[in-house]
Design a protein around this ligand. Structure first.
Ligand code: ADP
Length: 541
């Protein structure tokens, strides 16, 4: 027998309608490119979003079409977050840090019909434009009238809005319609798209707003430093609209000094970003102290937050750190490390140990750890296995990759590629990862791709890349290289060679030359041995 409750579709326009009805006066503040602050409220945002959705339809956008965004965190990007799904289309956020080849690949693979581009990022986009044929219109955000561009079919954001009215009925009529898309780096090959539905994002927003998760409420002022092109800014814009929290957008100003000012002056209560951002902010605050008393949670994820930095924030600055783990494939929130009742009697030092762990699964996310043969392991804080998850906001297939099943188990779980332990209370700790990637400042570098690029040099016989710890970026790639017999190779030659073949931040800081790379029994590079050698100081540059 089925229940007799309404079949109410969980679509994102309903979150926006709620914001407009319940919290029309609440503020969205943006730090503009010129350093001034743009302020308006949810009611004004609502009207503009309706116009924007209508404008998209006027431009010919059909249900299911992908619309790209290439922009910083600002009010226009917030509008796009609702207008594109509201028009029945898919908001495809393009990561500005990708290497041009990969960027061109994802615009093309997603078949974006329109791309919205922030003026300051136009030169970056123009470099790939000639490789793209699917885009029918470009819309420039924050662009002066006099701007010159090689792109064709270019419109200005404000003109587009001015030409449309707000008499528009949402086209997101079915909660299973796709609403957003983010590509994430694979170990090898091209990035893969996670395609969110209205239902999955609606439920993720509720999940994130649980008191046992981020618990964002009306009285919060939220600063997403995590970019909107990175896992939907961790869902924070949606979480704010649902709860009526004020939103503060940093625009392009991600340097420590403007962030510190923004937090202090806007009385931010929740700020979200990767550890590298908070490391920079900490250094800044040591030099130029600010009043951070408004902050109730410094949310950090994307990479492990170092225990020392948690302690520094909590002990020296009195800021509560909320460490979270997530993945693009999880929309992205999976776990949070919030202390529970059983931690009450711990010393401060022990509490920081707990906070340095990745934490418990929020309701809506199920976890398990398994060994190499797929056998489930106990939650005893000792058994180490691969983390697998399932739930209503977790991916079941990548976009246009029907046969990439290696990340999904036969019984319906997603394989995260993270390796961890779980304690009897469900606190998860990541100890390693199976994916051969380096995470530098919150962005991925594929070791395998980098190795292939280095091995393209005619004088290189073999090259292996491992992640090594770094104070600022948390991880950096170290290239271990074997030169061809008779060849003399220097770091500089490899640097020059790689310059136009990889993204700038992929460039290894050091190349170490060795006579041979240790191999496993099946002849693969033994990265475990290399990491061990590095740890013992046997691989210094
Ligand atoms: P995001 O960086 O937004 O979390 P990605 O999909 O780019 O999303 O990266 C997800 C991966 O990042 C995880 O599988 C894990 O390896 C790593 N990661 C994310 N959060 C943490 C964390 N708190 N601690 C350690 N690793 C993390």
């Amino acid at each position: 027998m089925h229940g007799l409750m309404m079949d109410y579709q969980l679509t994102m326009d309903r979150i926006l309608e709620h914001a407009n009805r319940m919290f029309p006066h609440k503020q969205i503040t943006t730090l503009q490119p010129d350093g001034s602050r743009h302020r308006y409220n949810y009611a004004e945002a609502y009207t503009r979003i309706k116009r924007l959705a209508k404008a998209l339809v006027n431009l010919g956008i059909q249900p299911g079409d992908r619309v790209g965004t290439f922009a910083w965190n600002n009010y226009q990007h917030f509008e796009l977050y609702f207008a594109i799904p509201g028009a029945g289309a898919v908001c495809h956020t393009l990561n500005i840090r990708l290497f041009p080849e990969q960027l061109a690949y994802i615009v093309d693979h997603a078949e974006d019909q329109i791309v919205f581009i922030e003026a300051s990022l136009l030169p970056l986009y123009e470099r790939i434009a000639h490789q793209i044929s699917c885009v029918k219109h470009y819309v420039l955000i924050n662009a002066p009238r006099t701007i010159e561009t090689r792109l064709r079919n270019v419109l200005h954001y404000e003109d587009l809005l001015a030409d449309a009215d707000e008499d528009f009925a949402w086209r997101s009529t079915d909660e299973r319609m796709a609403m957003g898309m983010c590509y994430t780096s694979g170990t090898t090959g091209n990035p893969k798209g996670a395609l969110y539905s209205h239902r999955s994002m609606y439920l993720h927003t509720i999940g994130e707003n649980q008191a046992a998760a981020l618990g964002i409420v009306e009285s919060d002022v939220v600063l997403p430093v995590v970019p909107q092109f990175h896992a939907m800014a961790w869902g924070l814009p949606y979480a704010c609209a649902m709860s009526g929290a004020d939103l503060v957008m940093p625009g392009m100003h991600l340097q420590p000094a403007p962030l510190a000012r923004l937090i202090a002056e806007e009385r931010v209560t929740v700020a979200g970003g990767v550890p590298t951002i908070w490391m920079g902010l900490y250094q800044e605050l040591k030099q130029n102290p600010r009043d951070l008393s408004s902050l109730r949670a410094l949310v950090v994820g994307g990479s492990a937050m170092p225990r020392s930095l948690i302690e520094a924030y909590e002990r020296e600055l009195g800021v509560n750190v909320l460490h979270a783990w997530g993945m693009t494939e999880l929309s992205p929130l999976g776990t949070v490390s919030i202390l529970q009742k059983h931690h009450q009697n711990l010393s401060d030092k022990e509490k920081w140990d707990v906070k340095a762990r990745q934490g418990y699964a929020i309701a809506g996310v199920e976890m398990r750890i398994v060994d190499d043969s797929g056998r489930e392991l106990p939650w005893d804080n000792k058994s180490v296995g691969e983390l697998q998850v399932r739930g209503p906001w977790i991916i079941r297939q990548y976009f246009k990759r029907e046969h990439s099943e290696d990340q999904f188990t036969a019984d319906g779980w997603f394989r995260t590629g993270d390796v961890c332990t779980i304690d009897p209370y469900g606190y998860m700790t990541i100890t390693d990862r199976t994916k051969d990637l380096v995470k530098s400042g919150g962005e991925w570098i594929s070791s395998v791709e980098l190795e292939n690029a280095i091995m393209g040099h005619p004088d290189v016989l073999e090259a292996a890349v491992i992640a090594i710890p770094d104070d600022r970026w948390l991880e950096r790639p170290l290239a271990v290289v074997v030169a061809r017999p008779g060849a003399t190779l220097a770091q500089e030659q490899l640097r020059t060679y790689l310059q136009d073949k990889i993204a700038k931040f992929w460039m290894p800081d050091h190349f170490v030359f060795v006579p041979e790379i240790p191999k496993t029994s099946v002849g693969k590079f033994s990265k475990t041995t290399l990491r061990q050698m590095y740890g013992e100081g046997r691989l210094s540059a």
